[in-house]
Design a protein around this ligand. Structure first.
Ligand code: SAM
Length: 308
């Protein structure tokens, strides 16, 4: 059982979720990009110096300056100074568990149909990367409840989310515990998003948590997990027909006449499976398209012939 004392929610006040926009101030995260595109992230503190192998950069030379300036070390290396975007931050922040990549986080937000005021249940929180995208999408009037069963990962998530938003948002609740054992009010969420090894074990709690019509989005790393979730959703009868997808982002080399896909890419991160909660008692009309011959193997075909 989760321990109610481990909740990180501190007050019912709303935390603003937007990032600073004006000149750099003390406490800002600043990303320094060298001419080769290598990135270092620093937190601005008056009187402090960041040291490269070719001289340092005084934080005071950045404080009060606008984003997008170039600062040069005594050794002649120039760095572009900007605040990181969320997609930079999640790839550079400390990790406990593997993070959901920005391309998948963007797709999850869309498939879950998140909007300001939305109520989202998430597990596992892992390193908190996806949590940041979920919080942003539901805005100050929404809420995100995250479950993470490992104390150490929950701590990483709590720190990363607090770093990104300057403080742990009060519209976010992080519970250390197993989602399977969660005490959740029936129909109290608009979306449930899972990123874990065995999401099929959490279908009951997900269906209880979701309002009818609410979106269920699952991120998995392997095709075998994908298949197992899909079949478990069908078997339970409480969900719309599941849909599966993956997104591949291919970056391009863009220089003069040399305009072509980059030679390297991140070819695999994970798969997404999405479904929606049916109203209680609803039975879906039979699928018009029969499964492809052999899709389920002989055992399944024999069982379905015997039962019809
Ligand atoms: C791949 S990580 C999630 C990463 C996270 N989405 C991110 O973007 O940083 C999977 C996490 O799920 C947690 N987990 C697995 N099963 C769980 C369950 N039933 N309840 C709560 N957390 C679970 C694991 O401890 C692990 O930290």
């Amino acid at each position: 059982m989760w321990d109610p004392d481990s909740l990180s929610r501190v007050s019912d006040d709303v935390t603003p979720l937007n990032r600073p926009r004006g000149p750099f101030v003390e406490g800002d995260l600043v990303q320094l990009t060298d001419p080769k595109g290598r990135i270092r992230t620093i937190t601005l503190k008056p009187g402090k110096t960041w040291h490269s192998h070719k001289g340092g950069i005084d934080h005071d030379s950045l404080i009060g300056q606008p984003e997008g300036i170039v600062v040069t070390t005594i050794g002649g290396i120039s760095y572009l100074a900007q605040r990181p975007q969320l997609l930079d931050f999640v790839l550079s922040m400390p990790r406990g568990a593997t993070v959901v990549y920005p391309k998948d986080a963007a797709r999850i937000v869309s498939l879950a149909d998140l909007e300001p005021g939305g109520r989202v249940l998430e597990a596992g929180a892992g390193s908190g990367a996806l949590t940041c995208s979920l919080l942003r999408s539901v805005g100050v009037t929404g809420s995100v409840l995250s479950y993470e069963r490992r104390d150490d990962f929950a701590e990483v998530a709590r720190k990363n989310v607090a770093t990104w938003f300057d403080a742990a948002p009060t519209q976010w609740e992080l519970r250390v515990g197993d989602l399977q054992e969660a005490q959740i009010e029936s129909g109290s969420f608009d979306a449930v998003v899972l990123d874990m090894l065995a999401p099929w074990e959490c279908l009951d709690v997900a269906s209880r948590a979701l309002r009818p019509g609410g979106a269920f989005v699952v991120y998995v790393a392997t095709a075998t997990q994908l298949s197992r979730v899909g079949e478990a959703l069908r078997a339970s009868g409480e969900w719309t027909e599941p849909r599966a997808e993956e997104s591949l982002v291919r970056t391009w080399h863009l220089e003069g006449l040399s305009v072509r896909p980059d030679h390297r890419m991140i070819a695999h991160t994970g798969f997404l499976i999405v479904s929606r909660r049916l109203a209680p008692g609803t039975v879906l009309p039979l699928r018009r398209t029969r499964p492809a011959k052999g899709a389920y193997g002989q055992d399944w075909e024999q069982a379905s012939t015997e039962s019809s």
